[in-house]
Design a protein around this ligand. Structure first.
Ligand code: PGA
Length: 251
């Protein structure tokens, strides 16, 4: 089902105490959201943040990553079964920071996607092009490759559970947002790709979020675009007021 979603990706920010404070103020400031509100704090915070948000409808818990194997000798890693057992419902996969700093490739991401789904959670699968690709106007083909490599092996039933986040790398943490038209163009193109693989009805049902310098001032315009179903928010998700204003921008 196509859903309106705002997801806050805290990245490696906030110690536990600060994270719980932030969670409480977010809950205070958001009353009846028009869609789902997802919080993606660091691993350590998940359990406690989950306990706080559990009492509220519309609020959901996401992890920022997981390992592609179920268990084993992978010191320092966290598995999908562990996350599921801790009440996590969504897992962000393929964020450009993971792709860049941790060298995560599409084939590995496909394994992670499978692991998340096998454990009853839903992937928030990120895609998006770097600036040099946008500059030569091959951004749609670039994103198509990411989707084919990481997601399009799924059967229909599993694909239905996936949320896609389009995040142009040049807009992440840079203050340089894609224009609402640029977001719309790519989201529409992603829907065409999905329609080719899974048919138009499923493409129309897929939730596609925009990410990259979404803030309180630009959220409503971007979310107002017909193929944009909300946002994946980094920096502005760390301030309850800003995050609440962004959630209020859902259509
Ligand atoms: P930003 O990050 O909102 O700080 O640009 C978005 C993201 O990385 O998901």
């Amino acid at each position: 089902m196509r859903q309106q979603i705002v997801a806050g990706n805290w990245k490696m920010s906030k110690n536990l105490e600060e994270g719980l404070e932030l969670t409480k103020s977010i809950l205070e400031k958001i009353d009846k959201p028009k869609g789902l509100v997802i919080l993606a704090p660091p691993f350590l915070h998940l359990r406690e943040v989950g306990k706080i948000i559990r009492v509220r409808k519309h609020f959901h818990l996401a992890a920022q990553n997981c390992h592609h194997e179920e268990k084993g000798a992978f010191t320092g890693e966290v598995s999908a079964p562990m996350l599921a057992s801790g009440g996590v419902e969504f897992v962000i996969l393929g964020h450009s920071e993971r792709r860049e700093y941790f060298k995560e490739k599409n084939a590995l991401l496909a394994q992670k996607v499978n692991m998340v789904l096998a454990n009853g959670m839903r992937p928030i699968f990120c895609c998006g092009e770097p600036l040099h690709i946008r500059d030569v106007n091959t951004h749609i083909g670039y994103v198509a490759k990411q989707l084919k490599g990481g997601l399009f092996h799924l059967n229909e039933e599993d694909f239905r559970k996936v949320v896609i986040a389009y995040e142009p790398i040049w807009a992440i943490g840079t203050g340089r947002t894609a224009s609402a038209q640029q977001a719309q163009e790519m989201h529409a193109a992603i829907r065409v790709l999905i329609a080719k693989r899974y048919g138009k009805p499923l493409a129309d049902e897929t939730t596609i979020l925009y990410g990259g310098s979404v803030n309180a001032a630009n959220a409503a315009e971007i979310f107002g675009m017909p193929d944009v179903d909300g946002g994946l928010v980094g920096g502005a998700s760390l301030k309850a007021d800003d995050f609440a204003a962004i959630v209020a921008g859902l259509k």
